[in-house]
Each structure stands twice: as C-alpha cells, then as structure tokens.
Design a protein around this ligand. Structure first.
Ligand code: FAD
Length: 280
C-alpha cells in the first residue's frame, strides 16, 4: 500500500512566509507537493495571533491548489471574542479544517487569555461552530516538554481528543517505538481516533538540534553523532537524513500508522526524497 492510500494519507505543513520571495517560493513548493495527492496542507500560526493575517493569506494562496488547507489556531494569549471572530472569518472563507493548539506565549507577551489549554479550545470551537470544522490536535509521543510526567500528558491528550477532536498529529520523533507505545496507551484510555505521526526531514543538524531541544523531541545519540561528523557537508547530511527518515516512515506505516504528516519547513525536496523511497 502506498503512503497516500493509508486512511489519512499524507499531509504537508507550511509556515506563513514573511517576504514576497518566500511567498513565491512557497507556491512552487505547494505545486510540487500537490502532485503527491496529499489529504491536506496546513499552515502554522504564531502564538498570541502574531501571524493571524499571514496565516489566513497563506491558507488562501495554498488552497488555490484545490487541496484542503487547514490553518493552525492557538488559543494562548487570545480572548474568546477574538477567536470567535477568527472562526467566523475562516467559515466565510470556506475553510472547514483546523489544527487546534494551545501554543506557547513568548515571554513578556501579554496574559494567558481566556482559554488555557487546547482541550478548552476544542470545546470552544465545537460550542461555537458545531461540526463545521474537522479538528486536528497535537500529540507528544515523547511527552510535551512542560508535562510533569508521561501519564499526566497522556491523560490531558485523551481529554483533548474527547473534547471533540477528529484526529491528532504528533510532534516529530525518531523512535518508532515511542510512537507505537503512545498509540497503545492512548487506545487503552479510550482514544479511538487516528494519531498521525509528524515527520521532520533532516537537512540541517544545527537547526534540528535547536528545534528538538525546544520541543522535547529526542535525537538518538547515533543520529546526533553521525550528523555531527558530517559537519557542514549538507549533501552527506541530506543523504543520511533521507535514509534515516525513510526507514522510520516505512516502519511506521508497516506498523499501522494511519498516514504521515510532514513538517516541510517550506521545502519540497527533502520530503519528496523520503516519499520516493517509501512504499511504492
Ligand atoms: P495542550 O494540549 O494544551 O498541552 C500543553 C501542556 O499542558 C501539556 O504539558 C499538557 O500535558 C498540559 N495540559 C493540557 N491540558 C491540560 C489541562 N486541561 N489541565 C492541565 N494541564 C493540561 N505552535 C505554534 O505556536 N503554532 C503552530 O502552528 C503550532 N503547530 C503545531 C502543530 C503540531 C502538529 C504540533 C505537535 C505542535 C505545534 N505547535 C505549534 C507547538 C505547540 O503549540 C506547543 O507544543 C504548545 O506548547 C502546546 O500546545 P498543545 O496544543 O499541544 O497544548
């Protein structure tokens, strides 16, 4: 079975570019990835609404491809009135999918807002808009970095799903076992909805290490060591990254993952290289 034929298929995440050149480049990336028949594209959202307009404009541009495009929406630092208004704008624009998040408030940026956690945002969206939106939420196979324990985070995840989410997309990880363990434990808590693994193609060690430290994703020592050894040889990093990530994806799909969600970082090639290797 090809990756596209799994129940949730493949999906690709973008961030809203902040320059004209970045916007033009993204349209090329979108077109290259659209050929792989993704189930959806998604576009990230800056905490506290800092990219609200750019996210919406990017969603509008990306969905001209004819592929469903879901804005991410975070609640931290936002009042209900503002979120209500944004949901109305999304509906008017014909958007019917969302990735609902708490988000992270940059230090020094205002108060928490009226909704403290993603489960409250999911409840709010359901109360305000019924079943209009398909809602995805975030999952953390290696635990959210602020969670005091794995169990605590898992319980919160189950609560968020039961608040009305349709499926989950995970933080990226490099251990297939962490994903399978998380799914098994979530199922034991009654979560039946699909949990799609989030996949980060490896292209740049310094950036990957920085991201991973911030979001709590573990880079196994053997991968770190190998990437460190390549120094600034980006071709060697790309080749090794392709091999590691392709093998991970294949294991996930073989083990029953319902699809794959790629963190593209607005680049097509690293994701396409992996897709060319998996399934067939
Ligand atoms: P929550 O599910 O609310 O969890 C946050 C923490 O609070 C966890 O430790 C959890 O255990 C705990 N918790 C949850 N509910 C409760 C509760 N009811 N009571 C007590 N504790 C609770 N960030 C962005 O800024 N923009 C984006 O576009 C974006 N997209 C993302 C997409 C994906 C697929 C993923 C995995 C992450 C994304 N993030 C994004 C990062 C995300 O915003 C951060 O990880 C953030 O810290 C948590 O958001 P959440 O929705 O997972 O929060």
């Amino acid at each position: 079975m090809s990756a596209q034929e799994h129940p949730l298929g493949i999906s690709f995440e973008f961030f809203p570019p902040n320059t004209e050149a970045g916007r033009d480049k993204l349209m090329g990336v979108r077109d290259a990835l659209a050929e792989r028949r993704p189930r959806f594209f998604s576009v990230t959202y800056g905490a506290g609404g800092s990219t609200q307009e750019r996210t919406l404009h990017t969603v509008q541009a990306v969905r001209q491809s004819g592929i469903t495009t879901a804005p991410h929406l975070s609640c931290i630092g936002s009042e209900k009135a503002r979120l209500r208004e944004l949901l109305a704008r999304y509906r008017e624009a014909g958007i019917d999918s969302l990735v609902a998040l708490r988000g992270d408030l940059p230090s020094g940026m205002g108060g928490i807002g009226e909704l403290r956690y993603a489960n409250e945002l999911v409840e709010f969206i359901r109360e305000e808009t019924g079943d209009h939106f398909e809602i995805a939420v975030a999952a953390y196979p290696e635990s959210h970095p602020q969670a005091p324990s794995f169990e605590h985070d898992l319980t919160n995840f189950a609560r968020k799903m039961k608040a009305g989410a349709d499926f989950a997309v995970t933080q990226y990880f490099f251990s297939a076992d962490a994903y399978f363990h998380f799914v098994e434990r979530a199922r034991a808590l009654g979560v039946e909805a699909p949990i799609v693994p989030g996949i980060m193609p490896i292209t740049n060690y310094t950036k990957l290490a920085r991201f991973s430290d911030a979001c709590g994703a573990e880079i196994p020592r053997w991968i770190r060591k190998q990437l460190e050894a390549y120094g600034d040889d980006s071709e060697a990093i790309g080749d090794f990254g392709e091999e590691v990530v392709s093998r991970l994806c294949q294991r996930l799909l073989d083990g029953g993952a319902p699809g794959l969600h790629f963190y593209t970082l607005n680049q097509a090639r690293p994701t396409l290289r992996v897709l060319d290797n998996i399934c067939g």
